[in-house]
Design a protein around this ligand. Structure first.
Ligand code: COA
Ligand code: AMP
Length: 633
């Protein structure tokens, strides 16, 4: 290995302003920034403060200005409906500019919030870019969330407009969005002014004018609309993510830093050049979808693929290979769970052998730890590098990765490779001292964070400061724990809060507990993520009933499962609620969740010295065996 990566990494840490100033020269600015980093008010850092730009201009117009308007910007492929379409940069710009006009006609002005609750169709991307064009702040809500979650996002963002579609399609079921949206609007205290609904062919729904308007109608009356000039530190979007309580956190992204950082990552992390064909198999409702279906590939001038399907069952375990082969995809980014699903269905790779993947160069995995078995299986099959990299909604781009565009590094199975330029990653032990190589602790990043990361939380500066920036002075707390080895490789081992990762989807067990506690028969409960071969983790609930409840346990369990589906959404994948007699606690009353999880995962555990009654652990074990969570020895 040469020293190229180390040199670039060191420059980024020793002289971040020069490093990011150079990267910023690669994007379009109406007014180039002269102030690169404002450090005067930590932990609220400002990148490119006096620059002005526009996210949509950098995603679309700039490529047309450079003569690349005929290049394909977006390919939509929906094995679920059989629909396919392609949009050149010019065509996508035309659609975005019209929808931007339609938003303006509905009263949206710069700084207004627009909620986008849509399936994976081109209109969802068009709506995001149209917001960016006029300086509206979008907040995309994943379609697998229930009305209650949508309502809490409407209330927190105080959105003016909600954009949706008549339905989405999941294998074997149609997701009717309109009733979900109606219910959310009813539940929300803040009243949105208009709903714009895209009618999917053959699935039209009735609209109640004048507050509910049809996408096609508003677009047909709209004028083309140009990009507005925005200050670098205005907000591009809010993306809500699970926090340590049931209240989701509104991660915000500022405009200039986001464009600079994401464009930089395409070459340096992913080795992707302008004109390359790139696919991120995620959903626009998650950060991976925001950054790598929509923004980064378009900033770079690539062709990006929007896939409305699943790795298996749409129609088979060859769906991914078909897309890669049909469109000559250079690199794919997805979650390990997708590959585990394919491996489970087609362990020998019989489907794989039907397709030509000669143009395919690399596979990137993130969202949860990529287990070595899955990485090795994928490497054997694909014969290309398979790269695990680590990041969070908060950062919007990878904190650690093999930076394949700078220098390919050796793989260490189970590690998410090294800190990416811009991130000074450290491990801090419980005694607040820095860990030595291989010592476990909390993983933190030295402030200031690089551009593109979250400058604050929506309307919650204090929460940002207290939650993330206060526990370790001068560092961002990632809430991941692990170690860094002697070669600088980062090993992410667990979360230190209540977040679990279910099929690459980030969920809060605290939020599920809040729902279970609302059941009238439930006295107390604990929700924990237990290991699952396909989804990585699955939430299970342990519930203790109030005295005198005369309903049978099975009915109560079913009601609890139904409540979580209705209040959080199917995405929680919450299928198991076990009625138990009592929960193990410390003498001070703290539920021993970690110990229960170890029992459920069948791994060794130490009897906690502070436990109030050790016999409870055996009771729990028997309950887990009865519920098939745990096999009897
Ligand atoms: N709208 C509505 N419902 C949705 C949805 C959406 N956009 N996405 C998922 N759901 C539903 C599913 O239909 C399922 O409902 P069900 O309980 O009625 O079956 C539930 O939410 C759980 O979904 P999921 O966890 O995705 O499980 P699955 O069994 O449907 O699929 C995988 C499992 C592995 C195939 C799937 O998770 C997958 O493709 N993952 C790829 C990686 C990914 O997208 N990661 C995101 C971040 S990178
Ligand atoms: P999200 O905000 O949904 O992207 O989830 C972020 C969290 O997912 C991180 O804090 C980690 O706990 C986990 N995560 C993401 N990528 C990885 C990875 N490559 N290895 C281990 N954990 C990961």
């Amino acid at each position: 290995m040469s020293d190229k990566f180390n040199k670039i990494y060191n420059q980024s840490i020793n002289n971040p302003e020069e490093f990011w100033k150079n990267a910023s020269d690669d994007i379009f600015w109406f007014k180039k920034p002269t102030k690169i980093l404002n450090k005067s008010n930590p932990p609220f850092y400002k990148w490119f403060e006096d620059g002005t730009t526009n996210t949509c201009y950098n995603a679309l117009d700039t490529h047309i200005d450079k003569g690349n308007g005929k290049r394909t910007a977006l390919i939509y492929d929906s094995p679920i409906t059989g629909n396919k379409s392609k949009f050149t940069y010019e065509e996508l710009k035309a659609k975005v500019s019209k929808f931007a006009g339609a938003l303006k006609d509905q009263g949206v002005i710069k700084g207004d919030r627009v909620i986008i609750y849509m399936p994976m169709i081109p209109e969802a991307v068009i709506a995001m870019l149209a917001c960016a064009r006029i300086g509206a702040i979008h907040s995309v809500v994943f379609g697998g969330f229930a009305s209650n979650e949508l309502a809490s996002r409407i209330d927190d963002s105080k959105a003016k407009i909600l954009v949706t579609a008549s339905c989405g399609f999941e294998p074997g079921r149609t997701v009717e969005y309109k009733p979900l949206v109606d219910e959310a609007i009813k539940q929300a205290k803040h009243k949105i002014e208009k709903m714009i609904l895209f009618q999917r062919t053959g699935h039209e729904v009735k609209l109640n004018a004048p507050t509910e308007v049809d996408w096609k109608e508003v677009v047909s009356n709209a004028k083309d609309t140009d990009c507005v000039e925005l200050s670098s530190n205005e907000f591009a979007y809010i993306l809500y993510t699970s926090g340590t309580t049931g209240t989701p956190k509104g991660i915000v992204r500022d405009i200039g830093g986001h464009i600079v950082a994401l464009k930089w990552t395409m070459k340096n992390i992913y080795n992707i050049d302008e004109g390359d064909i790139w696919w991120s198999a995620s959903d626009i409702g998650w950060i991976v979808g925001h950054s790598y279906i929509v923004y980064a590939p378009l900033f770079k001038g690539c062709t990006t693929i929007l896939f409305e399907g699943k790795p298996v069952g749409t129609p088979d375990a060859g769906a991914f290979w078909k897309i890669i082969s049909d469109y000559k995809v250079k690199s794919l980014f997805t979650a390990p769970t997708a590959f585990r699903a394919i491996k489970k269905e087609d362990p020998e790779g019989k489907f794989f052998s039907k397709y030509d993947l000669s143009k395919f160069e690399s596979l990137f995995l993130a969202g949860e730890r990529a287990d070595p078995d899955t990485i090795k299986w994928a490497e054997n099959l694909l014969k290309v590098p398979v790269i695990d990299h680590w990041w969070q909604t908060e950062t919007s781009w990878a904190i650690s990765s093999n930076c394949t565009g700078i220098e390919m590094m050796e793989t260490k199975y189970g590690s998410a490779c090294k800190a990416v330029p811009g991130y000074d990653v450290k491990v801090i032990k419980s005694d607040q001292t820095l860990a030595k190589p291989n010592e476990m602790g909390d993983i933190v990043v030295k402030l200031p964070l690089p551009p593109g990361t979250f400058p604050t939380l929506w309307n919650a500066d204090q929460r940002y400061k207290e939650n993330y920036m206060s526990n370790y002075d001068g560092f961002y707390q990632t809430y991941d724990a692990g170690h860094i080895d002697e070669d600088g490789y980062i090993w992410i081992m667990s979360r230190t809060d209540d977040i679990i990762n279910v099929a690459g989807h980030r969920l809060s067990t605290g939020a599920i507990e809040e729902v279970l506690s609302e059941h009238q028969s439930v006295a107390e409960c604990a929700v924990l993520g237990v290991a699952d071969k396909l989804k990585g983790q699955l939430p299970i609930g342990l519930i203790v009933l109030k005295a005198g409840v005369d309903k049978d346990n099975e009915t109560i369990s079913k009601e609890c499962v139904q409540m979580v589906r209705a209040k959080i959404g199917p995405v929680a994948a919450f299928k198991v609620a076990i009625v138990i007699k009592r929960l193990p606690k410390t003498r001070s009353g703290k539920i021993l969740r970690g110990t229960i999880r170890k029992i459920a995962d069948n791994v060794e555990y130490k009897m906690p010295p502070t436990i109030d009654d050790p016999a409870i652990l055996d009771e729990i074990k028997q309950d887990l065996i009865k519920s098939n969570i745990l096999k009897s020895a």
